[in-house]
Design a protein around this ligand. Structure first.
Ligand code: G6Q
Length: 561
């Protein structure tokens, strides 16, 4: 038992959620909802949108286009109460070691705790350290912007290359892209994550070493991809600037591992610290967000934190029935566990959010892609769904066919800004119209009667009509949420990301899993280390016949080169 864990909370931990009366009530309720069509629900209730939408600030969550009734929501709220969702959130906010397999608190909320209320970890308030790093980051970003931070040969910095992977890449990259319209005019931003040398090689092509700053972003500072990329970047820099002393002007590190940073050759004066209670996929709010701050300036970054803090307060304070992250989580549980959806699409109608699906994929799938509960028992219900997506309208011309007429139900989150930051003819009206049309079409569908009338209007009749008719029918009744914001600014982006973080927290709490570890990524890493030697000419090791043959073929063809 970790500090602060009570026997009562442990008892809740050990309850199989599917055996609770709240879950059973939902299972029973599902039978009455199985044949309900949302068309009829909308037709029967003019207040449906009002009943099933929530707002917080400029953010509106419309979940009315789901196969739910007031009775469904009542039962879902009971489920949230049954797992004491508020108590669990409180334990996170208080800094209890809720990441039990790593015995750590989970305190990304402290990184954006703009009200600065003390949050003790091991008896020490973390806020002074959090604020001190923010001040150092802001000083550094301002110096780069002002041209006070110069490269080794006296040139101002023009190119920023963030080297990191997973949580040290996806969040910052997503946010930098999302806020592209706010980017500092004298900097271009690059992200290198893959150990595939093509990414580093292509990124460096065209960059001027004398004006390039690398941020090596790694919580552990041992991640092989990042260390390999950082070493190649250093070699590229030194090949041009020809003095080891140049590293200090062109490399900064973001890490929890001072010794690792030092060993790599980065002056620890150029290191921005964070802490083991920040999970990788929850780290964009920490110094891992340095690239974001460089891109949008300290005030932009602080606004991002303000927005996230605002959502934290909402999640903490708002009652279960009026709580956006809880609503989003419960709708997801209903769709996945009771209506049988096994994937979840995130479709931002905003090209700047093109990395949001990838970011949320990690957030959700790494957090809740688990098969055992916190106490190690096998789960008895499906946990995290497969999360995927692409921006609209592009997706409409690619995979939306399956969403409308395929056999698998895919719940969707549509994300849309009412206003554009780019005034370009009718583009934005068209974007908005398409987004709203898709959720309407998915919900309403088109009946055979309607399709027949349309075909007749087009002059078709007889066999030709009958042959085409089944292809023209849309079943509808396909669930979606719409998240509507006013504009994509830093604060709203902060609110949006925090909304999803807390959604994932609530779902993990319901499924009873630890949303904050990721042991599932280890096995592949171990085996890769073993195979690397063989690929590079070392002795063959025992493998299954498939892996052995693949290694042998690579090695043999390498020898022929
Ligand atoms: C995220 C994961 C993982 C991590 C990367 C990079 O929650 O822990 O994606 O962020 O493996 O790790 P480092 O930052 O330690 O290099």
């Amino acid at each position: 038992m970790t500090a602060g864990t009570t026997w009562a909370s442990l008892a809740v931990d050990m309850t199989d959620i599917t055996t609770t009366p709240a879950w059973q009530a939902l299972a029973d309720h599902h039978t009455t909802m199985a044949s309900v069509h949302m068309r009829d629900l909308f037709a029967g209730d003019p207040e449906r949108f009002t009943r099933f939408s929530l707002t917080h600030g400029d953010l509106l969550l419309d979940f009315s286009k789901n196969r739910i009734t007031a009775a469904t929501m009542d039962r879902l709220h009971d489920l949230a109460r049954a797992i004491d969702v508020k108590g669990r959130a409180e334990r996170m906010f208080r800094g209890e070691a809720i990441n039990t397999t790593e015995n750590r608190p989970v305190l990304h909320v402290a990184l954006r705790n703009r009200s600065n209320t003390p949050i003790p970890v091991g008896g020490v308030d973390v806020m002074p350290a959090v604020n001190a790093v923010l001040v150092r980051m802001a000083d550094f970003a301002t110096a780069v912007h002002d041209g006070r931070w110069l490269g080794y040969t006296g040139h101002p910095i023009a190119h920023i290359v963030n080297i990191g992977i997973g949580g040290s890449d996806l969040g910052p990259q997503m946010a930098v892209e999302a806020l592209a319209h706010r980017r500092h005019p004298s900097l271009d931003m690059h992200f290198v994550s893959n150990v595939d040398g093509s990414q580093m090689a292509r990124t460096l092509t065209g960059l001027d070493p004398a004006r390039t700053l690398f941020i090596v972003a790694s919580k552990t500072f041992t991640t092989e991809e990042t260390m390999t990329n950082a070493a190649s970047a250093r070699a590229w820099l030194l090949a041009a600037l020809k003095d080891d002393a140049a590293v200090a002007r062109h490399f900064v590190a973001v890490s929890t591992n001072t010794r690792g940073v030092n060993d790599f050759g980065i002056d620890t004066a150029n290191m921005f610290e964070f802490w083991d209670w920040v999970g990788g996929r929850y780290s964009l709010w920490s110094a891992i967000g340095l690239s974001i701050m460089l891109a949008v300036g300290p005030n932009g970054f602080f606004a991002l934190l303000d927005g996230a803090h605002d959502m934290d307060r909402h999640f903490h304070d708002a009652p279960i029935e009026r709580n956006l992250p809880i609503a989003l989580a419960l709708i997801g549980i209903w769709n996945a566990n009771f209506l049988g959806a096994d994937s979840h699409a995130v479709i931002p109608y905003d090209q700047r959010l093109h990395r949001l699906p990838a970011f949320l994929q990690q957030l959700d799938m790494e957090s809740n892609g688990k098969s055992v509960t916190r106490d190690g028992a096998a789960v008895s219900a499906h946990t995290g769904p497969i999360v995927w997506g692409e921006p609209g309208t592009n997706g409409q011309h690619a995979f939306f066919q399956l969403l409308h007429q395929g056999t698998r139900p895919v719940p969707i989150d549509f994300i849309l800004a009412r206003e554009s930051d780019y005034r370009l003819g009718r583009h934005h009206s068209m974007l908005v119209a398409n987004c709203l049309a898709q959720s309407e079409a998915l919900m309403m569908g088109k009946t055979a009667t309607e399709a027949r009338a349309e075909l007749e209007r087009d002059g078709l009749a007889g066999t030709a009509l009958e042959r085409l008719l089944p292809h023209k029918v849309f079943p509808g009744n396909r669930p979606s949420n719409t998240i509507l914001i006013d504009r994509l600014d830093p604060a709203t982006l902060g609110r949006l990301i925090a909304l999803y973080e807390h959604k994932v927290f609530v779902q993990g709490a319901i499924w009873g899993v630890n949303s904050f570890d990721q042991w599932g990524v280890e096995l592949g890493k171990q085996l890769a280390r073993r195979i690397l030697g063989e690929i590079e000419g070392g002795p063959a090791l025992p493998h299954d016949s498939s892996t052995a043959a693949l290694i042998a073929r690579v090695a043999a063809r390498n020898r022929q080169r």
